[in-house]
Design a protein around this ligand. Structure first.
Ligand code: NI
Length: 393
């Protein structure tokens, strides 16, 4: 792996990351980002695969020898956040920022493609690179799947940078690593009246207050101490004047769960509480769900393969706590086995903060890790390790 030690290669990845950082594009609008990724790949003689995508890029390395197809995914979109890092390569677009480090993911996975290109002749199989749009809207993975780009893929790998893990560490675990992130919008029907004559109306504010309070019992009374969930009401709107009882109230928020069974139970209790409390106050309420991604459930076997890979390239492996944030990588893992890891970037701030940043020393480490992981994964799928054991016998 001569290139890994090559400072110019590292500088190239840093330049790519900084370019992406300077010109962030929001979900579904990644037109220039897509063009840049295509150019970097084409300049490296890497073939672009043709799938019907408006934004995002699919590329492939390998395929000279028969073998399985594996995929590595990077998300490419930015957030509607105004950057406050003061960096010389800060966003040039007011109100848009790579505040989740998808610029880091894209640059590191491009680096992986460049490194694997050098070993292309040796690969017994194909590595498909998925540069996915619209992760922040949790829509891009489904678009990629609909385009057909996940077909034949036997294993898929991805990452999120992790500011609270130091550079040189990678968080790997089997099972749930990120949450299902469902949204809800509740509308409570009331009947307006003069504020001085409440008995003439049905007060949706009082009803909403009871519902919001009762919803807080779901986590404490319906979820086991050994499992977890979050129920957050984040907005409540009603009323127009101090002396008028309004005719409706609206509130919304999010549920986070790490297990489909817990998710179903929490949603069932949520609906029951909303409808029953509204009914008790002679009102009606409706619940509208904004279906979020499923929980990200890692494959145990790929977790142990990647642990070995990480150690072999000199990374420190830790078992991370799952994150209650959502991640649409979950849609891929519903279709095929795979692994999503947290990559240490020693960031000053958490995801989605206006002063978010990554330590760029992690770029080369991530490219090196995913390069070796792709090779190890193909070997495993080709059962090469078994052949070696048999040969020794
Ligand atoms: Ni992100």
């Amino acid at each position: 792996m001569s290139l890994v030690l090559d400072k110019t290669f590292e500088q190239q990845l840093i330049a790519i990351r900084r370019h992406l950082h300077e010109y962030p594009e929001l979900s579904h609008e990644e037109v220039e980002t897509t063009a840049s990724i295509r150019k970097w790949l084409t300049d490296a003689n890497i073939r672009i695969a043709n799938y019907p995508l408006r934004t995002g890029v699919i590329a492939e390395v390998g395929g000279f020898h028969e073998g399985p197809v594996i995929a590595i995914r990077a998300d490419i979109d930015a957030l509607p956040i105004h950057e406050e890092t003061g960096l010389p390569f800060a966003s040039r677009f007011p109100g848009k920022m790579h505040a989740c480090g998808h610029d880091f993911h894209t640059a590191a996975i491009l680096g992986t493609a460049f490194l694997l290109k050098e070993k292309e002749q040796e690969l017994r199989g194909t590595v498909r690179f998925i540069f996915q749009p619209a992760e922040e809207k949790a829509k891009g993975a489904e678009q990629i799947i609909a385009s057909g780009a996940l077909e034949n893929v036997e294993a898929i790998f991805g990452m999120h940078n992790k500011p609270d893990l130091p550079v040189g560490t990678v968080g790997i675990k089997g099972g749930a690593i990120m949450a299902a992130a469902d949204g809800f919008i509740v509308e409570v029907e009331g009947r307006g009246s003069h504020a001085a004559v409440p008995e003439a109306g049905i007060d949706p504010i009082v009803i909403s207050a009871h519902i919001v309070t009762a919803l807080q019992s779901i986590v404490s009374r319906n979820v086991s101490a050994l499992e977890s969930a979050v129920v957050s009401v984040t907005r409540l709107n009603s009323g127009t004047a101090w002396n008028v009882i309004p005719d409706k109230a609206l509130f919304d928020g999010t549920l986070r769960t790490f297990d489909e069974r817990v998710r179903a139970r929490v949603r069932q209790r949520f609906e029951k509480i909303v409808h029953s409390v509204a009914d008790a106050f002679e009102s009606n309420a409706t619940v509208r769900w904004i279906e979020g991604p499923h929980p990200v459930i890692n494959d145990d076997e790929w977790a142990s393969v990647a642990t070995q890979t990480a150690k072999s390239v000199g990374l420190t492996v830790i078992e991370p706590l799952p994150s209650p944030a959502g991640e649409d990588f979950a849609f891929y893992l519903k279709k095929t086995a795979g692994l999503f890891v947290f990559f240490g970037t020693s960031g000053p701030k958490e995801w989605h903060h206006p002063a978010f940043d990554v330590d760029e020393r992690a770029l080369l480490l991530a490219a090196s890790f995913f390069t070796t992981l792709a090779q190890d994964a193909l070997k495993r799928l080709n059962k090469e390790d078994l052949q070696i054991i048999e040969a020794v016998k």
